[in-house]
Design a protein around this ligand. Structure first.
Ligand code: PMP
Length: 292
């Protein structure tokens, strides 16, 4: 993003972008006690805003803190930021974190903060590549066992392995990396869920140690409405050669075709294209999307 202007909602106040800062002894900066969301507004309305606000509250509870604003208050604050910044199509980033009063692993009574920013982020991946298919590296790090880390929450700490994996992939010329899980099964990408097509049926990993994306469930609903069978199952990397199409989903990534994962190739085809179109229709017509 290059336009660092507009306002950020910060603990209940709208402040200029440059003034929305935090202290260097912020607990979240040292110990990753932060949870966040990534959402998009289309035509001035945030798609599935309430689901994102609810997930933010749940992620915080997993990290043992309570966001001191209600889901309705968070929804209203997000909409206010989008309205004030005047961009009808925008990415929205709420973040909640433990503040700076106490420094140490334990910080039981530190203030919980909430900030909401929004900016223009037209396409997560190169728009041309989104249709032709992006290239994915195979990440070295694996999604942790839910007994090892709170792997179902959208918690900042879980993104350490995502950033490392994405940087390594980008240095090798890939757009992103696909991660396996702790058992060696296909899991997801560094900021998106993954789907495959085999004999006209859609296959996707069971979301038992990674984020069960809101876009993932939207796309599953859209696929079912089209009459496609969607199978959630354990997928091993050795099977990748048996899939014809592959695509990834996320609030930022939307529906993006994948042409290559490491040594495996896919042909962005009719199912991917149909779901890309259906997703675009759903996000721009919230009434229809709610019924999906
Ligand atoms: N997995 C990860 C690691 C993500 O960061 C995201 C983006 N929030 C997703 C999956 C997709 O989630 P959603 O569709 O809710 O944006």
């Amino acid at each position: 993003y290059d336009k660092l202007d507009g306002v950020i909602w910060y603990d209940g106040k709208l402040v200029p972008w440059a003034e929305a800062t935090a202290h260097v002894l912020t607990h979240a900066l040292h110990y990753a006690s932060a949870v966040f969301e990534g959402e998009r507004a289309y035509g001035g309305r945030i798609f599935k805003s309430t689901e994102h606000s609810e997930r933010l509250k749940r992620s915080a509870q997993v990290l043992d803190f309570e966001v001191p604003w209600s889901v309705a208050e968070i929804d209203a604050a997000k909409q206010l930021v989008v309205d004030k910044n005047g961009k009808k199509n925008a990415y929205v980033r709420p973040i909640a974190w433990r503040g700076s009063e106490m420094m140490g692993v334990s910080a039981q009574s530190n203030t919980i903060h909430l900030a909401i920013a929004s900016w223009e982020w037209p396409s997560y991946f190169d728009p041309e590549q989104r249709l032709k298919g992006i290239r994915l590296d195979l990440a070295e790090y694996r999604r942790p066992d839910p007994k090892t880390a709170p792997s179902l929450a959208k918690a900042a700490g879980l993104y350490m392995i995502c950033t490392i994996s994405k940087h390594r992939a980008e240095r090798k010329g890939y757009a992103d990396a696909m991660m396996l899980d702790w058992q060696g099964r296909v899991a997801e990408c560094t900021g998106a869920n993954i789907f495959f097509v085999q004999d006209g049926k859609i296959h996707t990993p069971i979301a038992d140690c990674f984020l069960a994306g809101i876009t993932r469930s939207t796309v599953i609903d859209l696929a079912k409405k089209r009459g496609f069978e969607v199978i959630e199952r354990r997928i091993m990397p050795e099977e990748l050669s048996s899939f014809s199409e592959c695509f990834i989903t996320g609030s930022a990534a939307e529906v993006t075709a994948v042409a290559e994962i490491d040594k495996w190739n896919f042909n962005p085809g009719s199912i991917t294209k149909t779901l890309m179109e259906d997703y675009t229709a759903a996000v721009t017509a919230p009434g229809k999307a709610a019924a999906a």
